[in-house]
Design a protein around this ligand. Structure first.
Ligand SMILES: Nc1ncnc2c1ncn2[C@@H]1O[C@H](COP(=O)(O)OP(=O)(O)O)[C@@H](O)[C@H]1O
Ligand SMILES: [Mg+2]
Length: 253
């Protein structure tokens, strides 16, 4: 069970954003994608999740080629993601933001619920429980009724991660999830991502904070100008001279 990316290329007009990128993400492992700004990390996420078209190569999930499959159907096939800039409705409450991420009927009211068949009501109750559980896990229960637009970015990011996790994905793609998080929030994030990986979720992590990558990733892949420069464990890649020039040269964090 894996996501397979083979020889993937993405172009934007004259710009080659990705070239011949290969990766395998198996369930239960955490693979970090690092690299300087503009090296193609977000584009790689977009290519996997169907937000951009690939010019060449192949993306497959559990043996199924995703060519031509729309982004929303890819999510249904077990892939969940966050965005580098969270896409939020500022008027939604935290609990709405988490719940509406994974179920289109979940926001209907109590009375409508009574008019529905019992199976549907049971499903909604289960979804609410799942929402509460995921908010609890990410230490967000205290924010449940607050509006997204009123929250600091660190909390917005955690809510976005909670939304992605609530979908109970087999593969979770996190685009710079720790940006703007406090140390305590980062620790909650690490603990939860580990827990998910322990349950068999494959995690693809784009992250600038190498300290966090070191603590979390089983394997690391370094992108540079759209190509894979290095692969290995965090320790292995961090010792390579190419890493120091490509990565640390432009990311002094
Ligand atoms: N929608 C887009 N249209 C045009 N160019 C894009 C688009 N998205 C990304 N790019 C370009 O592709 C390259 C890789 O960008 P990106 O994947 O965002 O890098 P990273 O996430 O590593 O910072 C950059 O040169 C960027 O300017
Ligand atoms: Mg990016």
């Amino acid at each position: 069970m894996s996501i397979e990316v083979a020889q993937v290329g993405v172009r934007f007009g004259g710009v080659t954003a990705l070239q011949d990128v290969d990766l395998t993400l198996t369930r239960g492992e955490v693979l970090a994608v690092i690299g300087p700004n503009g090296s193609g990390k977000s584009t790689l996420f977009n290519a996997i999740t169907g937000f951009v078209d690939i010019a060449s190569g192949r993306v497959a999930v559990d043996g199924r080629d995703l060519a031509g499959m729309a982004a929303e159907n890819r999510i249904a096939s077990g892939i969940s993601r966050t965005f580098q800039t969270p896409r939020i409705n500022p008027a939604a409450s935290v609990e709405e933001a988490v719940l509406c991420g994974f179920h289109p009927h979940a926001r209907t009211g109590f009375w409508q619920g009574l008019l529905r068949p019992p199976a549907m009501a049971r499903m909604e109750a289960e979804l609410r429980q799942r929402r509460t559980r995921v908010l609890e896990q990410l230490d967000l229960l205290g924010f449940a009724r607050q509006q997204m637009g009123e929250l600091p970015m660190g909390i917005v990011r955690l809510v976005d991660i909670a939304r992605a996790m609530a979908a109970e994905p087999n593969y979770l793609l996190l685009d710079e999830p720790a940006a703007g998080l406090s140390k305590t929030e980062q620790n909650v994030l690490i603990q939860q991502v580990r827990r998910l990986a322990g349950q068999g979720v494959g995690v693809l992590l784009v992250e600038h904070n190498f300290g966090l990558v070191r603590r979390l990733a089983d394997r690391v892949m370094v992108l540079d100008r759209g190509k894979v420069l290095l692969r290995g464990t965090a320790d292995e890649v961090s010792r390579r001279p190419e890493f120091i020039t490509a990565y640390l040269g432009t990311n002094k964090q």
